[in-house]
Design a protein around this ligand. Structure first.
Ligand code: SF4
Length: 483
């Protein structure tokens, strides 16, 4: 049994148990908590609820302001304890996971890695996202910036889940598999096969929903397919997608543009991403060689040796383009309208690009293009190719058209948040799956919304492939950092 199924079934049982606990707590306050293993909380609720009544019985019941306020507070306590029994206590989160866009329970999965338990770690990660490897390759890792224990030497969380993904995927043979929970007759369409759409499909299908994914390109993956291979291993990325979509209740339709959604679907998730490239809005004269970044990344013109490439923009895409073009032998310069510190790209991308030979000019605002020459506020430059990597936007018209087409539409990923990052897109796909389950009144199947309370991991023994940094456990796992 694959580890995500094990976790799903365990969490599903926990959801059922919470429901039972809620019902019991309606009869005897505190009993629900007691049954779910929170004995002290249960006992506290029981005593706090019954003791005042016993006291009233001892002093003799008379209706006055005192007894009325006591009754009101006891009713509030009764509601509170029932709510607590249903939701269970909220786990205290660590600073790193508060800043993780995918909201991964980092201490719990790091704890499993620490034990050398690849399957256990994969199982835990899959509660939060089916993409440990991909996020390990490309996430900008805000969690590491907030690693509270040694800011100057944070845990290498991203590398750990990249290695976890690599190890697990490399040893896996992917086969079609049944959903984790019994199949229902509900059908959901997911429009867009990027990371948000696939995440939504994964959680819905695992919960027993039929899912059809519609993707306009010839393979799933969305904009991540345009990331150069030196940054994201495409073979493993596609394998991770194949695993996430391996349920036999998922059907994939590629090269399929959807304009209207058939009413036969119970709900629709629109995860079309933001692939509309922003256009340069400056005067252009003549016929300059302008290529937009996605076409360049997909199919760069050859040969590029000694060609002059000018890139406008300073986000991750601009640096992907720059690093690819410099590897193809072009003389590459990035022009950015503001200072280096306000560049949106990851710091490590900027340093890698500089090391590889990309030149950067800051405080240069583009003003005008005349044939193959561009005039910036900082001077004039000639080019062989100009690549405006100034961002993407969502196609509002298309999204609204899809929305008006079906009563149960949920947006996910960039279609919901505007241009974001892969970790946030995955989280948004997961939430979209939950919203759909709620819409279909099947929320008790949302095993992926059950958080886990990490236990203190045992001390690691022997060889462990995950010990990639000298510090390995954080304070929230209960052990001191070794140095
Ligand atoms: S997804 Fe990103 S932020 Fe979250 S744990 Fe991984 S590297 Fe950190």
């Amino acid at each position: 049994m694959l580890p995500d199924r094990k976790v799903a079934l365990k969490n599903y049982r926990e959801l059922k148990l919470r429901k039972k606990a809620f019902v019991f707590s309606l009869f005897i306050p505190g009993l629900g908590q007691f049954l779910t293993g929170r004995k002290i909380t249960g006992l506290a609720f029981f005593t706090l609820f019954f003791f005042p009544f016993y006291y009233l019985y001892l002093i003799g019941l008379s209706l006055n302001y005192g007894t009325i306020s006591l009754l009101i507070s006891q009713i509030t306590l009764y509601i509170l304890q029932a709510w607590d029994a249903l939701k269970s206590a909220k786990r205290e989160t660590s600073p790193c996971e508060d800043f993780c866009p995918a909201k991964v329970n980092i201490p719990a999965f790091m704890g499993k890695c620490e034990e050398g338990n690849v399957e256990g770690a994969w199982g835990i990660f899959s509660i939060y996202s089916p993409f440990p490897f991909t996020l390990g390759e490309i996430c900008h890792a805000p969690c590491e910036e907030k690693c509270g224990i040694l800011p100057e030497r944070p845990l290498r969380i991203r590398e750990v889940h990249r290695e976890l993904g690599k190890t697990f995927l490399n040893q896996l043979e992917i086969k079609r598999r049944p959903p984790f929970l019994p199949l229902t007759d509900k059908k959901v369409a997911v429009i867009g096969g990027g990371i948000a759409g696939i995440t939504a499909a994964y959680y819905l299908a695992s919960a027993g929903i039929h899912v059809d994914i519609f993707e306009k390109e010839n393979e799933l993956g969305g904009t991540l397919n345009y990331i150069p291979n030196f940054k994201l291993d495409k073979e493993l990325f596609q394998k991770e997608i194949a695993l996430a979509t391996s349920f036999n209740c998922i059907r994939i339709f590629t090269e399929k543009e959807i304009e209207s959604i058939p009413k036969t679907y119970d709900a629709v998730i629109v995860a079309v991403g933001s692939q509309k490239e922003k256009q340069l809005e400056i005067p252009i004269q003549g016929t300059p060689n302008i290529i937009y970044p996605l076409s360049f990344l997909k199919n760069p013109p050859r040969p590029l040796t000694s060609k002059k490439i000018v890139i406008i923009g300073a986000g991750d895409t601009a640096f992907d383009v720059a690093r690819l073009s410099v590897r193809l032998g072009a003389e590459t310069t990035i022009f950015y309208r503001s200072s280096e510190s306000s560049m949106k790209a990851q710091r490590k991308e900027i340093s890698a690009a500089i090391k590889e030979g990309v030149k950067i000019r800051t405080n240069c605002q583009p003003e005008k293009i005349k044939d193959n020459t561009i005039i910036f506020s900082c001077g004039q430059v000639s080019f062989d190719y100009l690549i405006p990597a100034i961002g993407f936007e969502k196609d509002e018209k298309f999204i609204n058209q899809l929305r008006s087409n079906h009563p149960n539409v949920v947006l996910a990923g960039d279609a919901e948040n505007g241009m974001s990052n892969a970790a946030l897109a995955s989280y948004s796909g997961k939430l979209a799956a939950y919203k759909v389950l709620k819409m279909l009144k099947l929320q008790d199947r949302a095993w992926f919304m059950v958080d886990i309370k990490g236990k203190k991991p045992p001390k690691p023994q022997g060889e462990n492939i995950f010990l990639v940094s000298e510090s390995s456990l954080c304070q929230h796992c209960g052990e001191k950092v070794r140095s």
